[in-house]
Design a protein around this ligand. Structure first.
Ligand SMILES: NCc1[nH]cc(CCC(=O)O)c1CC(=O)O
Length: 323
């Protein structure tokens, strides 16, 4: 008998559900037993204490403790929401598989079944994500956007209690915990491009665990892996040249001469007043190249100056207000 695969996960309902899904795939496709091992992360502790966590989606606060457990040998596999994984590689750790992803779009959960467009001017919308804040402002609906903390359940509860008129969440998160019926609108990517990797899982193992690496490859979905690779290449390149909020979405589609990868991306000022939006396509085997070229073009076309230009605008506003 081989030993069960120990799958490391954060403790939240969403995380354990996602890890449970991976355990199921390990049993079915690898024919091996799997057990979940809960690991407390810095991000969870901070969330519980209510201390604000700046830039939590990109700095990997939810990721570190899981990777430490992996490197210590406490677990064999770590399951992450791919959008929470930093773009740079981690020594000794390999991204072994990216399974078929859920619908990557964002959803609105609003009071009284409302859509964003139906919310009255001045409605209070909760989101802590700069990407969502900026794109919500860019819609020009006069919504008041306020930071919000806590897990998916807590956020929905704040709409129920009337503290917020609406919140914006990843559709995938709601779907995974069986709460999709709470969504009152699915946002079109034309209005709200998701975070790079949104809706996908990243399955990591130790880079020197060759047997497991080979087995986990059975859980990989090629088109999803190519799409998130392109999205993360966009993010990695834009991060190098600007600190603006970023959205990106890629898809592998059947073209006339075989598969093609399509990528669209946006970088915007936090106030949503300025945006650089572009798309690119190419071969799915060149996902990194397509994403990198797209982001370089965006930087050359003004994404690199978004932060400066935002400061100029704020200065102009001050002058107007003082006049
Ligand atoms: N930011 C936290 C986070 N990380 C992954 C998900 C949901 C699942 C996913 O996007 O893959 C969420 C919640 C949300 O953004 O609503």
């Amino acid at each position: 008998m081989t030993k069960p695969v120990r799958i490391g996960t954060r403790r939240s309902l969403l995380a354990t559900t996602q890890a449970g899904h991976v355990a199921e795939m390990v049993r079915e496709r690898l024919g091996r037993e799997a057990v979940l091992v809960e690991v407390t992360t810095e991000g969870d502790l901070s969330q519980a204490s209510g201390v604000p966590l700046a830039g939590s989606s990109n700095t990997g606060v939810f990721v570190g403790a899981l990777r430490d457990a992996l490197l210590r040998g406490d677990v064999d596999v770590a399951v992450h929401s791919l959008k929470d994984l930093p773009t740079y590689p981690h020594d000794g750790i390999a991204l072994a598989a990216v399974p078929l992803r859920e619908d990557p779009r964002d959803v609105v959960v609003a009071r009284d079944g409302l859509t964003l467009g139906e919310l009255p001017v001045g409605s209070r919308v909760g989101t802590g994500s700069p990407r969502r804040v900026a794109q919500l402002h860019a819609l020009g609906l006069g919504l008041e956007i306020d930071g919000i903390r806590g897990n998916v359940d807590t956020r929905i509860g704040k709409v129920r209690s009337g503290e917020y008129d609406a919140v914006v969440l990843a559709r995938a998160g709601l779907a995974r915990i069986g709460r999709l019926d709470e969504a009152t609108e699915v946002l079109d990517p034309l209005q709200m491009l998701p975070a790079p990797g949104q809706g996908a899982l990243g399955i990591e193992c130790r880079a020197d665990d060759a047997d497991l690496l080979g087995q986990l490859a059975l859980l990989d979905d090629g088109p999803t892996h190519a799409a998130v690779t392109a999205e993360r290449a966009v993010l990695a390149t834009l991060e190098g040249g600007c600190s603006a909020p970023i959205g990106a979405l890629a898809e592998v589609v059947e073209g006339e001469d075989g598969d093609e990868i399509w990528v669209r991306a946006i970088a915007l000022s936090l106030d949503g007043g300025l945006a650089v939006r572009m798309s690119a396509s190419g071969g799915p085997t060149d996902a990194v190249g397509v994403g990198t070229r797209l982001a370089s073009e965006m930087l050359a076309d003004g994404a690199a100056r978004l932060a400066d230009r935002l400061e100029d605008r704020l200065e102009d506003t001050d002058k107007r207000q003082n006049a």
